[in-house]
Design a protein. Structure first.
Lengths: 325, 393
């Protein structure tokens, strides 16, 4: 198995998806010959031709509108939005169209063959318009699936599953890890399940839950806590919508405590939804209030990024506070 | 890869502005209102069979609209939208296409569905949101659609269908199909960002799509002079580098001719076309609207004398393809059929409670199932409060 980075894993998944079906199309701003600003679509135009991998004009609402029509027609539409911060012009096409296509047509039509890829999250000195984590906006929209991988192996398997899933999927890629995260990834085709969280480390005292780039943060904090004799169960949510209530509940019923770490601002973030559901599912098992370690309720800062974001130290402190409640 | 700085005009040394209204756009008109054709006019491909089918569709359209507004006034129906005075745009457009072509409607193109063969029962079941509705009673009346007829289900969100049509047509092109997509929208919707997005992408990606703008003068109460400046919607097509034509939208032969040519061009060249059909929304925006608050009877009367259905009838009479006896019988037959269909559709049950959670995803999630189960328990506890579903599951 080769050691590759997260970008290569994405590229490999796209390559497999395009090879298996000549109706699979990749497009977006700078996606064609250039291979995307992060190079996720590198080499695909050369391999599959300009008709199947191409640049679009600079218009996000058009990219997703086009993608909706293409997917409704039966093609496999893989649209790239260059940064998740720029997905909002397409909000109407995603929230009112893609998410409701099957429902409102009575399943006469659907856009299940749509996948939207977009880099999200901070840690790259990107300031407020190249760092956002907007997953909660989309988690509030029935009809969408929202998926976020934590490493190259997960990225390839989850992206292939997203492309083949018969529902519109927004696939948020942790751009801080594009080149930083390297791991063993099979060259061949494989899929990882959507809607399933993964317990990446078992423990007994507290459940730490995160997704995407926050996973390495909570893993590091878990290591620190273990030096203090605290046993952490570390869980990757992987799919934000629809999310795996069962796996999280089972873990919390065992540990009695839950900490959720997210990059997005605190108020009405997805951590809040998890906290509400888990307190309802696991009320009599909880030993302490559910902790949320999140960004502040401000735009994402530039110079003060380190202070803003949920890091291993903030998570470590929250673990101790929760365990000693 | 290369780029070209676009400039095909002369270089000048004095500032030379181009006036925003300087593009002169001709308007195609083939039929006089009295049914005679203009001398030298280029007629569409049409014979008695096609003409009769078109005319019968127009008549059915008029009857359905009249009857359904009456039903709404009687309180039998929650909402309705007529296409009074602009029926030729949707019917003539559909008649200029092939059955495999996709039709994407805004919400005033029921004529296209009728032409394709959407049955009276289909219309009624949708209008009454009953269990037989293809859309499963989820959208307000007039949001029709049919996969079998290649008519994309209507969405209330304005102009979203425009870039979707571009994408749909791209898929048709990618497969090498002999098929185009036609996309209807109003002049008001053309102010939305999706209009710009859809037309620009269609021009750049070179897709076989026909953008069909019904310029009917009003977006609810807003007249077109408060909607845009410049020479209508057609001038924008020129700006996007799209082949464009303006037609008299109340002239069925002009609509048919333009659509036939547009389709042939779109298929052969794999490029988009923009048709701007000039018409007038003689009816209210919807049954929730009253135009007397924003326009005069005199203005409406002027357009009543431009009735597209009467214009076609006059032509049919002159061709000896139609007579008054047929006319009377046809309208009577349609009125009876619609009335009978209303009585059937309004008695059909509402959709089953289980359809609350279907089609959100391909398969309902465990969470959705749990939420539905909770509702069912509640409905059983208070059956009198939920008469559509109580006792039916």
């Amino acid at each position: 198995m080769a050691q590759i980075n997260l970008l290569h894993a994405i590229n490999s998944a796209l390559d497999i998806a395009m090879a298996e079906n000549d109706r699979t199309v990749c497009f977006g701003e700078d996606v064609g010959h250039f291979g995307g600003v992060f190079r996720a679509t590198s080499g695909l135009q050369e391999k599959y031709g300009k008709a199947r991998c191409f640049n679009t004009p600079l218009v996000e609402q058009g990219i997703i509108g086009f993608a909706n029509g293409l997917a409704a027609q039966g093609s496999v539409a893989i649209a790239e939005i260059q940064f998740a911060d720029y997905i909002f012009p397409a909000f109407d096409q995603i929230v009112n169209e893609a998410a409701k296509f099957r429902y409102r047509t009575g399943n006469e039509f659907n856009v299940g063959k749509l996948t939207i890829r977009t880099p999200y999250g901070g840690g790259i000195a990107g300031g407020l318009y190249h760092s956002q984590s907007p997953e909660a906006y989309f988690a509030h929209t029935p009809g969408l699936k929202v998926v976020i991988p934590r490493n190259p192996y997960q990225a390839k398997g989850l992206l292939l599953a997203s492309i083949r899933d018969d529902n519109p999927v927004i696939f948020f890629e942790p751009k801080r890890l594009y080149r930083a995260s390297v791991g063993e990834v099979p060259e061949e085709d494989y899929q990882l399940p959507l809607g399933k969280a993964e317990v990446v480390q078992t423990g007994t005292d507290i459940t730490l839950l995160a997704w995407g780039a926050q996973m390495e943060i909570i893993e590091k904090a878990a290591q620190m806590a273990s030096n203090d004799g605290i046993s952490c169960e570390v869980v990757d949510l992987r799919t934000i919508l629809p999310w795996d209530i069962e796996t999280i509940s089972n873990s919390v019923m065992k540990t009695g405590r839950l900490l959720i770490s997210q990059e997005a601002p605190l108020t009405a973030g997805f951590a809040s939804e998890i906290a509400a559901t888990i307190q309802s599912e696991c009320f009599l098992h909880l030993e302490s209030p559910i902790a949320r370690v999140c960004g502040l309720d401000t735009p994402y800062p530039l110079a003060l990024e380190k202070e803003y974001v949920s890091d291993h130290l903030k998570v470590y402190e929250a673990i101790k506070k929760t365990v000693n409640f | 890869m290369s780029t070209e700085i676009y400039n095909d005009g002369p270089v000048v040394h004095q500032p030379t502005f181009i006036d925003g209204h300087s593009v002169e756009i001709p308007e195609l008109r083939i039929l006089h209102q009295d049914g005679t054709t203009y001398p030298g006019a280029d007629l569409p491909d049409i014979d008695q069979t096609l003409a009769t089918k078109i005319y019968q569709t127009l008549a059915f359209h008029r009857v359905l609209d009249e009857r359904m507004v009456a039903s709404q006034r009687q309180g039998r129906l929650s909402f309705y939208m007529t296409a009074l005075g602009e029926e030729a745009a949707s019917v003539g457009g559909a008649a200029g296409l092939e059955p495999q072509d996709m039709i994407m409607m805004q919400y005033r193109e029921q004529g296209a569905l009728m032409y394709r063969g959407f049955s009276l029962e289909n219309f009624m079941n949708q209008l009454f949101s009953n269990a037989e509705d293809l859309g499963k009673g989820r959208q307000m009346p007039i949001h029709y659609g049919s996969k079998a007829l290649n008519c994309m289900t209507v969405s209330s969100t304005l102009a979203t269908q425009i870039p979707q049509a571009t994408g749909y047509a791209y898929g048709q092109k990618l497969q090498g199909l002999d098929a185009v997509t036609i996309c209807y929208f109003g002049e008001g919707a053309a102010s939305e960002g999706d209009f710009h997005a859809g037309l620009n992408m269609a021009a750049v990606q070179e897709v076989p799509v026909i953008f069909f703008c019904r310029n009917n003068g009003y977006a609810i109460s807003t007249p077109s002079e408060e909607q845009f400046r410049g020479n209508g919607i057609a001038s924008r097509g020129v700006g996007y580098g799209i082949k464009t034509i303006r037609i008299d939208g109340n002239d069925i032969l002009a609509v048919l001719k333009a659509t036939q040519i547009a389709r042939a061009y779109a298929v052969k060249e794999s490029k988009p076309v923009l048709i701007e059909a000039m018409s007038y929304r003689l009816g209210a925006h919807s049954t929730s609207d009253d135009p007397s608050g924003y326009r005069t009877k005199e203005e409406e009367a002027k357009w009543q004398s431009n009735d597209p259905i009467l214009r076609m009838k006059n032509w049919m009479l002159k061709q000896n393809w139609w007579d008054e006896a047929q006319e009377t019988a046809l309208y009577e037959q349609y009125r009876e059929q619609v009335l009978a269909a209303v009585k059937v559709a309004e008695k059909i049950d509402k959709p089953h409670i289980d359809t609350m959670i279907t089609d959100v995803y391909d398969v309902p999630s465990a969470q959705l199932q749990a939420q539905l189960d909770e509702v069912k328990v509640h409905v059983k506890k208070y059956p009198e409060a939920y008469p559509f579903t109580a006792g039916k599951f």
